[in-house]
Design a protein. Structure first.
Length: 219
């Protein structure tokens, strides 16, 4: 989880994306998908693929490698807007932000901060990701999460339907999505995002997310 390219790409005419806001949306989308999988709620294949794809982009040369199809993060942008604006549901879309999603976001961001402060753990994660095949499956992602991320601190306790959580395939996918959440939290911090910013500059963060939402819907 080292190189992430530069924000210079955002000035290209075909790429008008605010990547700091998009990284935050990626974190929120990963958390939302964890909640969906744990509770048997619907989720689209592009939304899931978008967050998992970012896991192995630790050596990306540009942001476009992390976010090749920015429209696939619309869900995360909308949920982030709901949460930061204090509206736990969106009347126009019918989407609701579950309290669990916010808890997952905070815990994943905390894990990313611990990872940034632990050079040995960071080297372990980078090496593990480098050893993954070209198209990893959920079990392989889950193994990286269990061995390199979980030991960093208090485990993220995922709540949902017990019968689903006991299924190995569901458990592996949830760990994959948690790993993706750490990746986006890491990237968000690299691009200048912080928990304090969400408190002190909440209005500016919300405005940026709304602008990004309009950009994604217009293109």
């Amino acid at each position: 989880m080292n190189g992430d390219g530069t924000q210079g790409d955002a000035t290209r005419t075909e790429d008008l994306t605010d990547y700091t806001s998009l990284a935050l949306a990626g974190l929120v989308q990963a958390a939302q998908l964890v909640h969906a999988r744990a509770n048997g709620l619907p989720a689209t294949a592009p939304e899931i693929a978008a967050v998992k794809r970012a896991i192995t982009t630790q050596n990306a040369g540009t942001m476009l490698e992390v976010f090749p199809v920015v429209q696939d993060f619309r869900l995360g942008v909308r949920i982030a807007i709901n949460a930061i604006s204090g509206k736990m549901s969106n009347v126009s879309t019918g989407e609701a932000t579950a309290p669990e999603v916010l808890r997952y976001c905070l815990q994943l961001a905390a894990l990313a901060r611990r990872l940034a402060r632990n050079s040995e753990a960071l080297s372990q994660v980078s090496a593990a990701l480098d050893q993954l095949p070209t198209e990893p499956d959920d079990a392989e992602y889950a193994s990286v999460y269990r061995q390199s991320i979980s030991p960093l601190g208090k485990p993220v306790r995922v709540t949902g339907i017990p019968e689903l959580l006991r299924q190995a395939a569901v458990a592996d996918e949830i760990r994959s999505l948690l790993l993706a959440g750490v990746r986006f939290a890491w990237l968000w911090h690299q691009l200048g995002g912080s928990r304090l910013q969400l408190v002190l500059r909440r209005g500016a963060v919300l405005s940026a997310l709304k602008t990004l939402n309009k950009t994604l819907n217009d293109h």
